[in-house]
Write a protein that binds this ligand. Structure first.
Ligand code: NYM
Ligand code: MG
Length: 218
């Protein structure tokens, strides 16, 4: 049977620029896994429902101003507040699909160009969080992104910011310890992208035993 009580779940993160199609693809992946009788959950960051998430939401909408470091740490705290429940779900055999994670956290803050907020600084609060077994980066060229209609009205949704975010995302892919990152061409049709995502996810779920227990971000 697809459900194996011995097996832990997999921690699968979907990352990418705004408009790359992350949320639609997470939804499709979640439904596919349930349809195959796997135990799965779909969560997203920022989780705007918690008190910290409400502060983040207000900041993103432009209703409040915060120091770049403060908002950065709130985004990270918003992950730490569910870290234990993620670990529990994984141990209970549930595959957890995460829409944005520490990679967004580090690159969006570093992309602001604050000279006191480097990518290195931005990564530090993420150290120790559950480490994804697989990170799918939905890669979209700036040209393809531009075809997908206008941005929303939130902070960071500008061409110059997205370009810097894209460059920083790509630089993260080069890091030697990031071998769990898989680049997906998000410029394809919805079905093609879904297929390209499902394959490595099923492979990862099959192999979690050989990966061993859930690791932590270093
Ligand atoms: N964002 C998201 C960050 O700046 N840091 C983070 O840690 C996370 C998780 O929030 N433009 C930014 C990226 C997005 C914005 O996310 C809202 P979404 O997925 O569009 O709701
Ligand atoms: Mg967005």
């Amino acid at each position: 049977s697809a459900i194996d009580k011995e097996k832990r779940g997999a921690l699968v993160v979907v990352e990418g620029l705004d408009r790359a199609g992350k949320s639609s693809q997470c939804e499709l992946l979640y439904k596919s896994l349930l349809g195959m009788n796997y135990k799965a959950k779909y969560i997203r960051f920022p989780d705007r429902s918690t008190p910290i998430g409400k502060q983040i939401d207000s900041y993103l909408r432009g209703d409040s101003q915060l120091d770049d470091h403060s908002i950065h740490l709130l985004f990270s705290a918003n992950r730490w507040e569910v870290a234990q429940s993620i670990q529990k779900d994984i141990a209970d055999g549930i595959t957890v699909i995460v829409d944005r994670y520490s990679y967004s956290g580090a690159v969006y803050s570093a992309a602001k160009g604050n000279p006191n907020l480097s990518l290195h600084w931005a990564w530090q609060p993420e150290v120790g969080l559950p480490r994804p077994d697989l990170c799918l980066f939905l890669s979209l060229s700036p040209e393809e992104a531009a075809k997908r209609g206008g941005y929303g009205v939130e902070r960071y949704e500008t061409d110059s910011m997205q370009k810097r975010v894209r460059d920083l995302f790509l630089s993260l892919l080069d890091l030697p310890h990031n071998d769990e990152i898989c680049v997906i061409d998000a410029g394809q049709s919805v079905d093609e992208v879904a297929q390209d995502i499902l394959e490595p996810v099923l492979e990862c779920m099959k192999n979690v035993d050989s990966i061993g227990p859930l690791k932590r971000l270093g």
